[in-house]
Design a protein around this ligand. Sequence first.
Ligand code: FES
Ligand code: FE2
Length: 383
Amino acid sequence: MRQQDQVAYLERMLGMVKTNTRDDGPGLSHTRVEGYFDPAQYRREVDVLFRRHPIVVGHSAQVAKPGDFVTHDATGQPILIVRGSDGVLRAFLNVCRHRSATVEPKPCGAGKRAFVCPYHGWSYDLTGRLLGITDGSAFGDVDKSQHALRPLKLAEKYGLIWVVPTALADGENAGLDIDAYLGAVQPDLEGWTMEGWQRHSFEPIVKNMNWKLVIDTFLELYHFRYLHPSTVFPLFLDNIATYEQMGRHIRIAAAKRTLTEIESQPKADWRILDHAIVLYSIFPNTVLTYTQDHCGIFTSFPISPEEAVLHFSVLISPEEKARKPESYWEANRNLFASALVEDLGIGETIQRNCHTGANRQQTFGKFEKALGWYHAEVDRAIA
Ligand code: FES
Ligand SMILES: [Fe+2]
């Protein structure tokens, strides 16, 4: 985030404290409650958002070395991601080209030279090429070059891995221009220098909630005072936050209680992460929360119209990790996790109550405008 933007955000938030105002949008916004359970909309979201858009499926730290691999099924497509001996990261459908068995059953591994299908032993190298057909004479006419693992578009940047979970046609390019997709948030992600950060923790959390309700919980600070009084609210000023639409993505800065100390310091030294967290909603299903010393990554995946799995992980720079004891990072993760329990507990009540007929639509106040933007973007994308 450019220094001038950091100063501008900090000034805006200081102004809100002084005048007791909020970063209000022009009016109310809404989303229909059916959007959280309608099977037709759900199908459309999976087909468009989770098949045609770049989805964060992991972090570079998980596959740092040649031969490291992870598998990922949460988009609904079985994905195998592996770093080749050339250092290049590639993604494939984790589906054998013989009779469609799952090739690699493990969630992750290291030192791989080849993938061998457990059903009849066909083998593939780290670039997906079909190496060997067992009892090959029975398959005399099979053209091996036409039976490589089916590649997927992949981009690896800023410590994150994005994949578009749709099978590429023969000969189609597997490159993915993630910078173009990120648009206005690209310089920020580049500036936070998350490449090379280590993964401190990862947990999948399954909830009876539509996958978008999980994202909703991150898009406003209004609820902190009421829902998180003893977890994260003590760290933050009450609903002092800036919200900005950046193409299809959203940037939010949320002021910590230390914000008011900043005025005594020269502006050249103002650093937003010293007094706020900066949060990005990366369309369609990822939230990144940058703090002084780590990044929380939250990715929401649909299981069914009314079930989702949230992948929650924490990335830390190696320097910061060395500087602070493990107990510090554990306490930090636990704080995040406790707030999540509160958020997702409420979310499950919302999911159930959407069926009651009490509300035809959810009402978003002026300072909940990011929710309006987010749902409008989903609607636009699946229209
Ligand atoms: S299905 Fe993989 S070798 Fe037969
Ligand atoms: Fe929350």
